[in-house]
Design a binder for this molecule. Structure first.
Ligand SMILES: C[S@@+](CC[C@H](N)C(=O)[O-])C[C@H]1O[C@@H](n2cnc3c(N)ncnc32)[C@H](O)[C@@H]1O
Length: 231
C-alpha cells in the first residue's frame, strides 16, 4: 500500500476525532500568521494538507483580501473543513488532491503553508518542499509548522505508527530551497519532542527550477482530482 493510501485510510477514522484531540500536541498552528513577514499581503494562499481547515480559517482572518485554497488527500478531513469554512463562501476552494501530482487546476499561490503535513510525506518530503518553491514567485513565501525531532526512540516509533516522521529531515531541505525569515525550533513537554516554525522566501535557484518533482517515482500512486468543492 502506498503512503497516500495509508494516510487516506488513517484519516477516514481520525477525521471524526481530529479537532478534539490534536490541540494537545500540534503546537504553533494558530500562531503561524504572526510568524509571517509583516509586509506580506498574499492574494492567493495555498495550504497543502489542510485537513479540517482550522489553519485556513486563521489565515482567512489574517489576510481578509486573500483567496484561499486547501488541498488534502482525505475526503473525510475535507468534509469537516468544508463545514468549518462554508461561511467564507467562494473565497475558499477545497480540493482532494495529492500535492505534486499533475495539477492543471492549481492557481499560482504567493503563500504556501504546510501545517503538520510535511512530516507525513515520508521520503517525498524533500520533493514536496522543492515543488512548493517552484510554484512561488520570487517575492512569495512558504510557512511551515511541524514536528522536528525527538530524543526518545519509543516515541519516534509510536509516531511512525501514526505515519509521522520525526527525524530532523525537514530543515535541511527547507534551508536549501528557501531563505529563512523565521527559523525556530521549540521544545514540547520538557523536550519529549521538538517542533519547528519556519518561514522563508524562495532561493533564486528554486525559482528557476520550475519543475522539480520526480514524477516517475510517483506514477504508481497518481490520483487525479477526485472532487472539487467551493466551500
Ligand atoms: C496532521 S494533518 C494536518 C492538518 C492541518 N494542516 C492542521 O494543521 O490541522 C496532515 C494532513 O495532511 C494531509 N496530507 C498528507 N500527505 C499529503 C499529500 N501528499 N497531499 C495532500 N495532503 C496530504 C493528510 O491527509 C492530513 O489531512
Amino acid at each position: 500500500m502506498t503512503n497516500a493510501a495509508r494516510l487516506r485510510r488513517y484519516y477516514r477514522l481520525h477525521a471524526r476525532i481530529y479537532d478534539h484531540t490534536r490541540w494537545a500536541f500540534l503546537f504553533g498552528r494558530h500562531g503561524l500568521p504572526s510568524a509571517l513577514p509583516h509586509d506580506l499581503r498574499p492574494r492567493r494562499v495555498l495550504e497543502v494538507g489542510c485537513g479540517t481547515g482550522a489553519v485556513l480559517a486563521g489565515l482567512a482572518r489574517a489576510f481578509p483580501q486573500a483567496r484561499l485554497e486547501g488541498l488534502d488527500l482525505s475526503e473525510e478531513m475535507l468534509q469537516v473543513a468544508q463545514r468549518r469554512l462554508a461561511p467564507l463562501g467562494d473565497r475558499v476552494r477545497l480540493r482532494q488532491h495529492r500535492f505534486g501530482d499533475p495539477d492543471p487546476a492549481q492557481a499560482p499561490p504567493d503563500l504556501v503553508v504546510f501545517s503538520y503535513a510535511l512530516s507525513m510525506f515520508g521520503p517525498e518530503a524533500s520533493a514536496a518542499i522543492r515543488h512548493a518553491a517552484s510554484l512561488l514567485p520570487s517575492q512569495g513565501c512558504v510557512a511551515v509548522v511541524d514536528f522536528h525531532d525527538t530524543p526518545v526512540p519509543w516515541f519516534a516509533r509510536w509516531m511512525e505508527v501514526n505515519h509521522v516522521r520525526m527525524q530532523a529531515h525537514l530543515l535541511p531541505e527547507l534551508r536549501r530551497s528557501f531563505h529563512p525569515t523565521t527559523d525556530r525550533v521549540h521544545r514540547a513537554y520538557l523536550g519529549l519532542w521538538r517542533w519547528l516554525t519556519w518561514v522563508g522566501r524562495p532561493a533564486p535557484q528554486a525559482v528557476r527550477n520550475r519543475c522539480t518533482w520526480d514524477s516517475s517515482s510517483r506514477a504508481a500512486d497518481s490520483s487525479s482530482v477526485l472532487a472539487e468543492r467551493n466551500a
